[in-house]
Design a protein around this ligand. Structure first.
Ligand SMILES: Nc1ccn([C@@H]2O[C@H](COP(=O)(O)OP(=O)(O)OP(=O)(O)O)[C@@H](O)[C@H]2O)c(=O)n1
Ligand SMILES: C[C@](O)(CO)[C@H](O)COP(=O)(O)O
Length: 248
């Protein structure tokens, strides 16, 4: 896992802020954008969605939520520079750090780069650019009420388990109570950092923060919102463009 020894927070941005802003409990947005887009087959975070890069759309969606007070973007420098993203142009202090091999390594790198001023952290996949600021706020309110919250949606389809060559198996898979996980996922910063420390220490594999929190025995409130699918396969970008053009 690559963690840059950065301390981007002691910038003029932060020094310009009055003390009461720094001590106000706020949410740090942690955007993971260091993936390889292997399944998409093209750099999906640099691809255009409504004329702006997908990564920029995701950053703007999180910044549209008033609870966000700082942001860490986990992203390779070349992608950041290629997209012409200037951290001075955002409404909150923004810090960029390198990611790791797996998503969980990138989240850990982002957690290590937080300023220390935030009470909460909202981890968000850059590959989910359709999330709406109101869904981020709803998720944050649920986190304040329940201690931990994540965007997700209940599975609506009939489910079947299949063989490797695509034949259905005579097995009933009960959809009742099954949810598909999304992001943002919002937690107390110290708890999530402890969860990821444990994940690293025990060599566990987790694909999201809810799973990491389960290592501490913490249950997460699931919050259904608007259309928020992840751009994973080539056709997903076209679908996202349609949603973008016709309104989220
Ligand atoms: N090592 C990694 C892997 C993933 N991600 C980020 O985590 C989010 C969800 O990952 P996903 O899109 O599923 O992964 P990719 O690696 O981008 O895609 P693929 O698995 O197809 O290569 C994305 O915003 C991705 O950039 C990351 O920051 N670091
Ligand atoms: C957190 C997450 O977006 C949950 O859907 C996760 O990144 C999923 O990635 P996946 O490996 O493509 O399921």
């Amino acid at each position: 896992m690559a963690v840059l020894p950065v301390n981007c927070w002691r910038s003029s941005w932060v020094r310009a802020w009055p003390d009461w802003v720094l001590f106000m409990p706020h949410v740090a947005a942690l955007i993971v954008a260091a993936g390889s887009s292997r399944r998409a087959g093209f750099d999906k975070l640099a691809a255009s969605l409504g004329g702006e890069p997908v990564l920029k759309r995701s950053i703007d969606a999180l910044l549209g939520a008033s609870c966000i007070g700082e942001m860490v973007v986990v992203c390779p420098l070349d992608r950041w520079e290629l997209l012409g993203l200037h951290r001075e142009s955002f409404r909150v202090p923004v810090c960029r750090v390198d990611g790791g091999v797996e998503r969980q390594d990138s989240v850990a790198a982002g957690l290590a780069a937080l300023s220390g001023d935030a009470t909460w952290v909202a981890v968000h996949d850059a590959a989910r650019p359709l999330v709406r600021p109101e869904d981020v706020m709803r998720c944050f309110r649920a986190a304040q009420e329940s201690g931990a919250a994540a965007c997700a949606h209940p599975v609506a389809d009939t489910l079947k388990r299949a063989t490797a060559d695509g034949f259905s198996m005579p097995e009933a898979v009960d959809r009742n109570g099954l949810w598909a996980m999304e992001t943002p996922q919002i937690f107390d910063v110290r708890l999530l950092s402890e969860a990821y420390r444990r994940v690293g220490e025990q060599g566990l594999t987790v694909t999201d923060e809810v799973s990491a929190m389960e290592t501490l025995g913490v249950a997460t409130k699931l919050v259904a919102g608007g259309i928020n699918f992840k751009i994973t396969l080539p056709g997903d970008l076209e679908l996202a463009e349609l949603v973008w053009q016709h309104g989220r």
